[in-house]
Design a protein around this ligand. Structure first.
Ligand code: IPM
Ligand code: MN
Length: 353
């Protein structure tokens, strides 16, 4: 199979970790007889520096013409403490999600047996936890009307949701639940927010269409607590954009390191596969960042964009083997020897074959 991949490393540690994922993709292609081609394009701060836009039209064209996007991270401290900046690197990611119609962000949380001791939670709580967070990605406060009034002293962001946006993400959640443990938790703040009441209303309409699936409704504040109190409760957790952003950072630490959580953003056009950690500027260029989340995102790319399940599994097995063998970066090294980003990438690629 020919695989046309758009390579968007972005900023910070993005280029280093994406390079390791490319090694894994190439190794899979050698082993299974596929042919991958990569088209590089800029996004985020590096794109702003070059042409003033965080998601240039030329980058969008590359994405549209590819079968999948392998994405690193965006963000740069130069912009973080400047609330007056007109363009921000993060806008590149948001524009890309919107323009590609990527309304569903899938963030699987899984634990690796040899790492449960790294979790800040008790081993017994964590061991065996495995769930899928589904975050709505192109609506809500991120994209609703926003602005300033009163000469700048009043600010607002609108948490706007249309019925069709809620319906399609909830249906997707139920479809995934049907292939899993058939349990959906709808997370909202329906005791306060009107937008959440719409979510809950629509969920109550859709749930009966999936009688095999058990549905729970949970307020987001409670969900934040249950995630650490009882992570094994969850199978499919579905929620709106902002809540999903916050809860998945929280969920990522259950596994022991944020450097392990992969994601797939899917929807109308080319899917984007990216680690959930950000650009980690303090580590940029030092060859110390954990590449496993990006390598696991490449596994998701094989599974979700190409429907190549065996290939995805080959990557997952190699990642699990690297963790078992202690071939890990400093975030997971546990006082033992820490490997560099590229050493981990080379080991995983060699393991794939
Ligand atoms: C994420 C990130 C982004 C988001 C930022 C970088 C805009 O935190 O993918 O979770 O908030 O969606
Ligand atoms: Mn986030």
């Amino acid at each position: 199979m020919k695989l046309k991949i758009a390579k968007l490393p972005g900023d910070g540690i993005g280029p280093e970790v994406v390079e390791q994922a490319v090694k894994a993709v190439d190794a899979v292609c050698r082993r299974f007889g596929h042919e991958a081609s990569y088209t590089f394009a800029k996004v985020g701060a590096c794109a702003i520096d070059e042409c003033g836009s965080a998601y240039p039209e030329s980058t969008h064209r590359v994405c549209m013409e590819s079968d999948a996007v392998l994405f690193g991270a965006v963000g740069d401290p130069r912009f973080d403490n400047d609330p007056t900046a007109k363009v921000r690197p993060e806008q590149g990611l948001l524009a890309m999600r919107k323009q590609l119609g990527l309304y569903a962000n899938l963030r699987p949380v899984e634990t690796f047996p040899s790492l449960v001791h790294k979790s800040p939670l008790k081993e017994a709580l964590v061991d065996g936890a495995e769930f899928l967070c589904i975050r709505e990605l192109t609506g809500g406060m991120y994209f609703g009307e926003k602005g300033r009034r009163d000469g700048g002293d009043t600010a607002f962001d609108t948490n706007l949701y249309h019925r069709f946006e809620v319906e399609r993400i909830l249906k997707l959640a139920y479809e995934y639940a049907m292939r899993r443990r058939r349990h959906v938790t709808v997370v909202d703040k329906a005791n306060v927010l009107e937008s959440s009441r719409l979510w809950r209303q629509i969920a109550r309409e859709i749930a009966p269409q999936y009688p095999e699936v058990e549905t729970d409704y949970m307020y987001v504040d409670n969900a934040a607590m249950q995630l650490i109190r009882c992570p094994k409760f969850f199978d499919v957790l579905v929620t709106e954009n902002t809540f999903g952003d916050i809860l998945t950072d929280e969920a990522s630490c259950i596994t022991g390191s944020m450097g392990l959580l992969a994601s797939a953003s899917i929807g109308e056009h080319t899917g984007v596969f990216e680690p959930i950690h950000g650009s980690y500027p303090q580590a940029a260029g030092k060859n110390i960042a954990n590449p496993l989340a990006t390598i696991l995102s490449a596994a998701m790319m094989f599974e979700y964009a190409f429907g190549l399940m065996e290939e995805g599994k080959a990557i997952r097995e190699a990642v699990a083997a690297s963790i078992d063998a202690g071939i890990v970066t400093e975030d997971l090294a546990d006082g033992g020897k820490a490997c560099s980003t590229s050493e981990v990438g080379d080991w995983v690629a060699a393991r794939i074959g």
